[in-house]
Design a protein. Structure first.
Length: 570
């Protein structure tokens, strides 16, 4: 949730030229908003498609703090905000105007974010396919060397998260993200020339440093265009590119690995070269496909821009009405050390960091060693890569289901705990397996485990919502992703190298079952944690008179999620 507006029932001042949009059927502006927009939104919450016909000429402008003259001045965007010239608290628009604009943003902004993330995962995941082509033997390495490389990658990825966010906030994600992509693409394709353990570990570290921070940078960029309620499902589709990249990578690997022997080179070398070259092209195109913001889309190569002045007004005001704190910083403003420390010490976000650390651990080891374990069970290189596709398809579908489920029930805990409920019984079954278990029975169970509902996008949006402001959201997103990477490092080292088929490691599976059970308890704790804070704040806020509430807003030093009228999402 976001800030609760003060004295919302007071009639907002409107532009007479624009109030005609609200006077259909004899309704006032406030009545149009409460009678048309809110009930339809509630109906859509419980269905993927609305069963009632939407009146496209209904007012789409959401109520906000800008409708009250007193709170308008508290939350008015500063002059330094890059979109301040399009801010208009009296602006009103219809659903007929808003829906095409959102679709245009989906095509121009979200689709390219999907393509960029596809490029990230293509370069990040091809090491798994390379491992099926005698990668370790060619470089005279052991499984322990492979584990070390993955651990170093995660560690460097983690270390780069916060610095990357600081650079992105200073120079702008539209500049920093393409630079990141070009850098990691060059490193990725340079793996063609790997010569042994040292070069392998070096490129793992460099890739981690180059790719770290990319995801929160893109999430920050998307928040410039979307409201809080729209972001989770866009992030769900954003992470679907992860699965598409895995499927595409499996098919590409099936062909490229057949080049083993061409010019005396291994197939995995061509895999790194070709896929790194593809992502380099995407990185170069990103320089022209990412404008700084919704009101800054004009450039010498795009003289007319993406949006009209009217469309820019709607985009800016719909986003600010949903979250007024998005105007606190402009898109080229850096963060101070004090800001960073305040976010790190914000104990209200610690439960989400703990969930980021642990929620993926139960399914990470089976996923990491899926192709290698299939090889050790007797499947060929081609079979191992193709057999990984069903789990990817299942994972993509369950990811979207989790995203839509979160929107339908408006509960983050219920939508994210399903990963643990999904994994726990399957891990128990896996624990009972041994070397005599049929390879196809093993494959079926591990496919279901690795096809888990990927709730990470929902949790990213959850952390973003509970951070409240842009200045805290930027840092908290990095800290959350650092915790996720730390969890991946933990998960990558649970299975023992002495067990040839890693997923049959009894000790490791006992640990996974224990962590999964702990996670269920942690989700329940998080639910009551935020519910208790909201209840206490509501009780104190509701006992204050309107005058006392206004005085609090005018004089308080509390910022973001510390304010009494802020409500946490859970």
């Amino acid at each position: 949730m976001s800030t609760i507006p003060l004295n919302f029932g007071d009639k907002p001042k409107t532009n007479p030229a624009k109030t005609e949009l609200s006077e259909k059927d004899g309704l006032s502006l406030e009545e149009s908003i409460s009678e048309v927009v809110e009930p339809q939104s509630a109906k859509r919450r419980f269905a993927l498609w609305p069963r009632t016909r939407v009146d496209l000429d209904a007012i789409a402008t959401k109520p906000s703090v800008f409708d009250d003259p007193a709170t308008l001045e508290v939350y008015r965007p500063p002059k330094g905000y890059e979109n301040a010239h399009r801010f208009d608290p009296t602006a009103r628009w219809t659903l007929r105007e808003e829906i095409p604009i959102v679709r245009k943003i989906d095509i121009r902004v979200a689709l390219w974010a999907f393509i960029m993330f596809f490029a990230l995962d293509l370069d990040r995941g091809n090491i798994s396919q390379a491992n099926t082509d005698n990668f370790l033997d060619d470089l005279h390495m052991s499984t322990n060397d492979f584990n070390l490389g993955n651990t170093l990658f995660r560690l460097c990825f983690l270390i780069a998260e916060l610095p990357s966010q600081l650079v992105s906030k200073k120079v702008g994600p539209d500049v920093w993200i393409p630079c990141q992509m070009v850098l990691w693409s060059l490193i990725s394709l340079a793996q063609y020339w790997l010569s042994g353990r040292g070069s392998f570990l070096a490129t793992r570290c460099l890739l981690g440093f180059a790719q770290g921070g990319f995801i929160p940078d893109v999430v920050l960029y998307l928040s410039y265009y979307y409201t809080t309620s729209e972001l989770p499902i866009r992030l769900a589709w954003f992470w679907v590119s992860n699965y598409v990249a895995t499927i595409a990578g499996a098919f590409m690997a099936t062909g490229l690995l057949q080049l083993r022997g061409v010019n005396g080179k291994a197939g995995w070398r061509y895999l790194f070269l070709v896929e790194g070259g593809l992502t380099l092209i995407v990185g170069l195109l990103s320089f022209v496909m990412m404008p700084p913001g919704p009101t800054q889309t004009k450039a010498w190569y795009r003289p007319r821009g993406w949006f009209t002045e009217r469309e820019e007004v709607i985009i800016v005001n719909r986003v600010l009405r949903d979250d007024p704190t998005k105007s606190e910083m402009h898109n080229r403003q850096g963060l101070s050390v004090k800001m960073i420390v305040s976010v790190i010490t914000d104990w209200r976000l610690w439960p989400l960091y703990a969930l980021g650390l642990l929620h993926m651990v139960p399914v990470t080891p089976p996923q990491t060693y899926l192709t290698l374990s299939l090889r050790n069970l007797g499947f060929s290189t081609i079979q191992s890569n193709l057999l990984s596709i069903p789990s990817t398809v299942i994972g993509g579908l369950t990811l979207l289901m989790a995203g839509y489920f979160s929107e339908m029930i408006n509960s983050r805990v219920a939508a994210t705990i399903i990963l643990q409920i999904w994994a726990l019984p399957l891990l128990v079954v896996l624990y009972t397996f041994n070397q005599q278990t049929s390879q196809w029975v093993y494959y079926a169970v591990v496919t279901l485990i690795t096809g888990f509902p990927y709730v990470h996008p929902v949790q990213v949006a959850w952390a973003s919502s509970n951070s409240s402001s842009v200045r805290t959201r930027t840092v908290s997103a990095s800290i959350y992703n650092m915790c996720v990477q730390a969890g991946a490092m933990i998960g990558a080292n649970i299975y023992q190298a002495s067990d040839k088929v890693r997923c049959l490691d009894k000790r490791g599976n006992r640990v996974l079952i224990g962590i999964c059970s702990l996670n269920i308890c942690l989700y329940i704790f998080t639910y009551f944690f935020y519910r208790t804070i909201n209840t206490r704040r509501a009780k104190k806020w509701d006992t204050m008179s309107p005058k006392e509430q206004q005085e609090y807003l005018d004089t308080t030093t509390d910022n973001g999620n510390k304010r009494l009228n802020f409500r946490f999402v859970y």
